[in-house]
Write a protein that binds this ligand. Structure first.
Ligand code: ADP
Length: 160
């Protein structure tokens, strides 16, 4: 069984992330979306909230699972018997960081390879941080997020 891991912060999951999940889930038997629980960052949504939102928006894809993780990505991949790491590439600015990460991971764990999906041009500009900026100032975020996530964002900003 070929298992892939798609790691990220997903704070929150955008249409760009969902596009990568839909495309990459077709080339593996099982795709595990790994939600990074990073203590050094203060996310807008807790890891549990991010996991639940991802579960909601991927419920139509039968071979996708969502889990939170902390620590090294390669350890998370190994624990789940994954041999593929999926990442998305938007622009040249992503490339340098992604290249460095994937090479480091391969040195630590030669059995795990990274596969890159180039962004859908529709979402090439899209990042969770930009969406948060727009939402913070009351802008329209409906073109950036899956429908179910929009209401979670609105509630979060009401709370704050
Ligand atoms: P990180 O904080 O690790 O960058 P993100 O949640 O922002 O995590 O992104 C996870 C992965 O999804 C990364 O590989 C990133 O390049 C990719 N990604 C994010 N937004 C898009 C998008 N609009 N199109 C394609 N890939 C994307």
């Amino acid at each position: 069984m070929r298992i892939g891991v798609y790691p990220g912060s997903f704070d929150p999951v955008t249409l760009g992330h969902l596009d990568i999940i839909e495309r990459s889930s077709k080339i593996v038997d099982k795709l595990i979306v790994g939600v990074l629980n990073n203590n050094s960052k203060t996310p807008l949504f807790s890891a549990t909230e991010r996991v639940n939102m991802l579960k909601e928006v991927t419920s139509h894809i039968p071979n996708v699972e969502v889990q939170a993780f902390s620590g090294l990505l390669v350890d998370f991949a190994k624990k789940n018997d994954a041999c593929i790491v999926v990442r998305g590439l938007r622009a040249i600015t992503d490339f340098e960081y992604e290249l460095q990460m994937s090479q480091t991971n391969r040195i630590i764990s030669p059995d795990i390879d990274t596969i890159f999906f180039t962004t859908n041009l529709k979402y090439a500009y899209l990042s969770s941080s930009t969406v948060k900026e727009v939402a913070k100032f009351g802008g329209d975020i409906s073109k950036f997020l899956p429908e179910k996530v929009i209401s979670h964002m609105q509630e979060k900003f009401k709370e704050q």
